[in-house]
Design a protein around this ligand. Structure first.
Ligand code: ATP
Ligand code: MG
Length: 871
C-alpha cells in the first residue's frame, strides 16, 4: 500500500465514524509560551482541551506535522542512528472532545488496524496503565484492560508504568492514562528465540510503538495535584511513517516510500550507496530526515535564524550539513537539491511545500553555503590551536569556544583532533556547556501559579474593534514569575477592549480604574491558547468590583495606521514586483511597521518609489474599511482574500478590505485609509536568501521624520552661512579640508627639521653621554622622527622628550644602542619609572620607548629626574 493511500484510508475511516477531517496546523506555534513547535497531534487542540474554545465538531481527525527537536520531547540525537525516530513526522490522530471515550477509541483503533489495514493481530501488543504508588496514588486502568480483552488475548495486554502509560501535556493541564499499541515485525526465527513481550518498550528497532491512545480524564494543577475532568477526552496519535513501515513489509521507516526517493537522490548526488557502511548510512538517514524538517518549517514561515524557533531549525540543517561534510565528503551545498524530490512526493498532501519550492531551495542553499564557510574557518582555527598546543590534550574551553562562537560541533572537532593524534578535555567542555545551558534556562524560566477563578465559565469577549473603553469584571488571575520580568500578574476579564499581540500587531497597553480611583497599568496584552491575557505589575485592590478598562488610544491609533499600511504595502508589492511576492512576516508597532516578503533582488529606487506612490494613492483615495467579521473561510478566499502559510485559521474568518486589498486579518485598522495621512519607506534590505524586508512609517512618525530632516537641513545650512547651494558649499568645504591637511603635514615636517638643528645645539655632555631632556611642541610621531634622526648622528645619545597633547602627557625616551649594550640602560625601564610623574605608563624597546599619562603637570618633574640615569 502506498503511503498516500495509507494516509487517506485513515482519514476516510474516521470520516465514516462521523469525524470532521481537519488539515494539519502549522508546525510553529505562535501563542503558546510553553511550546515552540507542535510536538504531538494534540498541541493545536490545546485550547479545546482547556475549554477555552469550542471545536466545530466534537469529533475530529487529522494528520498533524510534528517536530520533536526541543523541550520535553526531543528525539534529535536519536535521529539517523535508529530507524524509527524522526525530527519531523506525521501523527495521525482521532479526537473526541467530551464525546466518546475508551470503548469507542479502542474498538475503532482495532477495527482500523486489523480489518481495514489487514495487520495480523498476532504481531500486535497493547499496554495499559498499571497504576502508581507515588503521590498521585492512581489505580490500574481496569476499564481499558476490560475493553482490550474483547479484542486481543490477555497475554498480549501488558501493564505499563507511569513513564510509558500516563500522558501529560506539560507540568500543568489535562492528562490521563494511555494505551499503546506495539508491533513486532521480526522474523519467525527471531520470534522463536526471544518472546516479543519482553521486547516491548525496550528500544528494539522491530518491536516498536505505533499508536498511542490517550484517555484524558484528569487535570494537573500547579501545586501538582490531580483533579477529575468533568468532560473526558480522547487524544490518539499514530506515527504515520512507522505505520507505513508495517504495511509495506519493511524493517525501517527509511525503507518506506516516504524516504526511499530522497535516499536514492542522495546516493546519486554523493556517489555513495545506502546499506553498505554504517557511518554512511547514518549520514544518509540524518540528511533524508532533516531536509524534510527544514523544508516544512520554511514552508510554514519559520526561516533559519539566530534565535528561538529559527535557531532550532538552523541547528537541524547544520547537523545535516555536518554529516554530509564528514561522512559523505560533500564540501559544497547539496541538500537543497533534495527539495525537488521531496516536493514531488509530498506536495500534494502539503501544498505549502509546492508553492514555495523555490524559496525553500534558495534558503537551504544559502544556509548550507554559509555554514560550510564557517566549517572552513573552524578548521583553520583548529589547526592553529593544535599548532600552539604544548600538550596532546586540548582544553575543553577551546572546544566550547569553537562550538559557541563558530558553530563548530564538538564531534567534528574530536574527529579532526583524533586524525592529528590529539584529544580534548571532555569534562571541562561539558561543564562549560552546562553552565551556558543553566544561564539560558534561568533567564527564560517562567513559574506560574494556578489560576484563581473569580467567575466560573465566563466566556471572554473581545470588543476592541469597536471601542477602546469598557466596564469589565475580572474573571481570573494568576501570578507569574520570571528572571527577566520579575513578578507579574496575568488578568483575564469577561470582556475586553484590549487587543492581544497577534498577526504581527503588538498588544495594547492602557489602564484599569476602579470606583475608588485606584489605577493599575496594563503593560502588555497577549493571547495564550486563545485567552486574552492582560499583564500588570500589580494585582488590583478590589478584585471583585467593576473596572473601567481603557486602551491607550494614541498608541492604538498609530498602530492601526501602520497595520492598514501593511496591507496596502503587501498589495503594492504584488502589483509592482509581481505575484510571486508573499508575506513572510510582519511587525506592526505604533512607531513603525516592518514587512518581510519573498523576492529575489534588491528593490531599485524606481521600484521603491512606485511602491510608495501606490500606497499613498490609496491613502489619498480615502478608502473606507470594509470588514466582515464572521464569514466562512471559503467565502473569503473566493472573494479574493489570501491565506498566509504558517497561519492557523478557524472555520470562520475576518476579512478586512480596503478597496482591492483583501486580507484575512484579526488586527485592528483605521476606519478610512485617509487616517494614515502618509506612508514613507525608510529602509529596504535582505533578511535571508530570497527574503527582503521593508521598514516604513506612517502618520505622526512621518511628520516627525520630515520635521527632523528639515531641522537638520536648516541647521546645516546655517552652519554653511546660509549658502544658496548647501550641497555644493559642503563639497567645497570638504575639498578645502583635504588641502589644508596636506599643508599642515608639510609644515610639521619643516618644523621638525628646524627643531632638530636647535636641539643639537642644546645637547649637553655628561659622563661621556650626549644628554637632553626637554618639553617639545610636537606630536608623538614628530618626536619619534626627531629622536631617530638625531640618533643616526650620535652613538652616545640619551634623550627624554615630553609633550602635552590634547590635555594628555607623553614621555619618549631614546638611548643609543651602544649605550644600551655598554651601560645596561633601557628606555623601556626609563619611561615606566618616569611615567609615574605623569600618572601613566608605557613601554617599548630598550632603545626607544614611550609612555602616556593623564597628568601633563608632571612632565617637568620627569624631565628633571632623567639626569639620575646618567650617574
Ligand atoms: P517512542 O517511545 O517510540 O519514542 P513516544 O512514546 O515518544 O514513542 P508518543 O509521544 O506516544 O510516542 O507519540 C505517538 C506516536 O507517534 C508513537 O506511537 C509513534 O508511532 C509516533 N512517534 C513518536 N515519536 C516519533 C518520532 N520521533 N518519529 C516518528 N514517529 C514518532
Ligand atoms: Mg519518544
Amino acid at each position: 500500500m502506498k503511503s498516500q493511500d495509507i494516509r487517506s484510508k485513515f482519514l476516510n475511516f474516521f470520516e465514516q465514524k462521523k469525524h470532521s477531517i481537519v488539515p494539519s496546523a502549522p508546525m510553529v506555534l505562535k501563542d503558546d509560551p510553553t511550546l515552540m513547535f507542535v510536538n504531538s497531534g494534540m498541541a493545536p487542540f490545546k485550547e479545546y482541551f482547556l475549554g477555552n474554545a469550542q471545536p466545530k465538531n466534537n469529533r475530529l481527525a487529522d494528520s498533524q506535522k510534528c517536530l520533536r527537536v526541543s523541550g520535553k520531547h526531543n528525539d534529535l540525537e536519536e535521529v539517523g542512528y535508529d530507524t524509527y525516530h524522526h525530527t519531523l513526522f506525521e501523527m495521525l490522530g482521532n479526537w473526541s472532545f467530551g464525546d466518546y471515550f475508551k470503548k469507542e477509541a479502542i474498538a475503532w483503533a482495532w477495527e482500523l488496524l486489523v480489518d481495514v489495514y489487514g495487520i495480523d493481530k498476532d504481531i500486535l501488543y497493547v499496554t495499559v496503565f498499571e497504576g502508581s504508588n507515588d503521590a498521585d496514588n492512581l489505580e490500574m486502568d481496569m476499564e481499558a484492560f476490560d475493553i482490550w480483552k474483547q479484542y486481543i488475548s490477555e497475554d498480549r495486554i501488558l501493564k505499563g508504568n507511569k513513564k510509558d502509560n500516563f500522558w501529560e501535556m506539560g507540568d500543568q493541564g489535562p492528562c490521563g492514562p494511555c494505551s499503546e499499541i506495539h508491533v513486532d515485525i521480526r522474523s519467525a526465527e527471531e520470534k522463536a528465540k526471544v518472546d516479543g513481550k519482553s521486547l516491548v518498550n525496550m528500544d528494539h528497532p522491530q518491536v516498536v510503538e505505533i499508536w498511542n491512545l490517550v484517555f484524558m480524564q484528569y487535570n494537573r494543577k500547579a501545586n501538582g495535584s490531580l483533579e477529575s475532568l468533568p468532560n473526558k477526552h480522547i487524544d490518539t496519535g499514530m506515527g504515520f511513517e512507522r505505520l507505513c513501515m508495517v504495511l509495506q513489509g519493511v524493517q525501517s521507516n527509511y525503507d518506506t516510500d516516504v524516504f526511499t526517493p530522497i535516499i536514492r537522490e542522495i546516493e546519486t548526488i554523493t556517489d555513495k550507496n545506502y546499506g553498505k557502511n554504517d557511518k554512511v548510512d547514518v549520514a544518509i538517514r540524518v540528511i533524508s530526515d532533516h531536509v524534510r524538517a527544514v523544508a516544512f518549517s520554511i514552508a510554514d514561515g519559520q526561516l533559519p535564524s539566530n534565535t528561538g524557533a529559527g535557531y532550532v531549525i538552523r541547528r537541524i540543517l547544520r547537523r545535516a550539513v555536518r554529516y554530509g561534510f564528514t561522512f559523505l565528503d560533500k564540501k559544497e551545498p547539496f541538500i537543497y537539491r533534495l527539495v525537488d524530490v521531496l516536493v514531488n512526493r509530498m506536495g500534494k498532501a502539503f501544498p505549502e511545500l509546492k508553492s514555495q519550492k523555490q524559496l525553500i531551495e534558495n534558503v537551504i542553499k544559502e544556509e548550507e553555503a554559509s555554514f560550510l564557510r564557517t566549517l572552513d574557518q573552524g578548521l583553520i582555527l583548529l589547526d592553529r590551536i593544535v599548532e600552539n598546543s604544548k600538550s596532546k590534550e586540548i582544553p575543553g574551553s577551546k572546544v566550547f569556544e569553537l562550538k559557541d562562537t563558530y558553530g563548530f560541533p564538538e564531534d567534528l572537532t574530536e574527529l579532526i583532533l583524533r586524525e592529528k593524534g590529539f584529544t580534548y578535555n571532555d569534562d571541562e567542555f561539558k561543564k562549560k556547556l552546562q553552565e551556558q545551558q543553566e544561564r539560558g534556562k534561568q533567564a527564560s524560566e517562567l513559574k506560574s501559579d494556578d489560576w484563581t477563578v473569580l467567575i466560573e465559565d465566563e466566556e471572554q469577549e473581545f470588543i476592541g474593534y469597536d471601542t477602546l473603553e469598557a466596564s469589565v469584571k475580572l474573571t481570573r488571575y494568576r501570578k507569574v514569575t520570571s528572571k527577566k520580568d520579575g513578578e507579574m500578574y496575568q488578568l483575564v476579564f469577561n470582556i475586553t477592549p484590549f487587543y492581544a499581540e497577534g498577526g504581527g500587531q503588538v498588544g495594547d497597553k492602557g489602564y484599569l480604574e476602579d470606583a475608588h480611583g485606584d489605577v493599575i497599568y496594563i503593560i502588555d496584552t497577549k493571547k495564550e491558547n486563545n485567552v486574552i491575557i492582560h499583564f500588570a505589575k500589580n494585582l488590583p485592590k478590589h478584585i471583585n468590583e467593576v473596572f473601567k478598562a481603557s486602551v491607550d488610544g494614541k498608541q492604538r491609533r498609530r498602530t492601526e495606521c501602520n497595520h492598514t499600511a501593511t496591507h496596502l504595502l503587501h498589495q503594492a508589492l504584488r502589483e509592482v514586483l509581481g505575484e510571486h511576492v508573499e508575506q513572510k512576516g510582519s511587525a506592526v508597532h505604533s512607531k513603525y511597521l516592518r514587512f518581510d516578503f519573498s523576492h529575489f533582488s534588491k528593490l531599485t529606487v524606481e521600484e521603491l518609489r512606485d511602491v510608495e506612490n501606490f500606497v499613498n494613492r490609496r491613502i489619498e483615495g480615502k478608502l473606507p474599511l470594509q470588514e466582515q467579521r464572521n464569514i466562512p473561510m471559503q467565502q473569503a478566499i473566493d472573494e479574493g482574500a489570501m491565506a498566509l502559510f504558517g497561519e492557523k485559521y478557524g472555520d470562520t474568518v475576518r476579512a478586512v478590505r480596503f478597496g482591492q486589498s483583501i486580507e484575512l486579518c484579526g488586527g485592528t485598522h483605521v476606519k478610512n485609509t485617509a487616517d494614515i495621512w502618509h506612508f514613507k519607506i525608510v529602509s529596504e534590505g535582505a533578511v535571508a536568501a530570497g527574503i527582503r524586508r521593508i521598514e516604513a512609517i506612517t502618520n505622526d512618525a512621518v511628520k516627525d521624520f520630515y520635521f527632523e530632516n528639515n531641522r537638520a537641513y536648516f541647521e546645516m545650512r546655517d552652519l554653511l552661512n546660509n549658502a544658496k547651494e548647501p550641497v555644493k558649499a559642503l563639497q567645497n568645504l570638504q575639498d578645502e579640508n583635504v588641502a589644508l591637511k596636506k599643508q599642515i603635514e608639510s609644515l610639521l615636517k619643516d618644523k621638525a627639521k628646524n627643531i632638530k638643528a636647535e636641539l643639537k645645539s642644546e645637547l649637553a655632555e655628561i659622563n661621556g653621554i650626549q644628554f637632553l631632556a626637554k618639553k617639545l611642541d610636537l606630536d608623538a610621531s614628530g618626536i619619534k622622527d626627531v629622536c631617530f634622526e638625531l640618533g643616526s648622528q650620535y652613538k652616545n645619545l640619551f634623550l627624554l622628550f615630553g609633550a602635552e597633547i590634547n590635555g594628555k602627557a607623553i614621555l619618549s625616551c631614546y638611548i643609543s644602542k651602544e649605550l644600551v649594550a655598554e651601560k645596561g640602560l633601557n628606555a623601556g625601564t626609563v619611561v615606566r619609572d618616569l611615567g609615574k610623574h605623569i600618572q601613566g605608563g608605557g613601554g617599548g624597546q630598550p632603545f626607544f620607548a614611550t609612555a602616556g599619562g593623564k597628568n601633563p603637570q608632571g612632565i617637568d618633574e620627569a624631565l628633571e629626574a632623567a639626569k639620575d640615569y646618567l650617574k
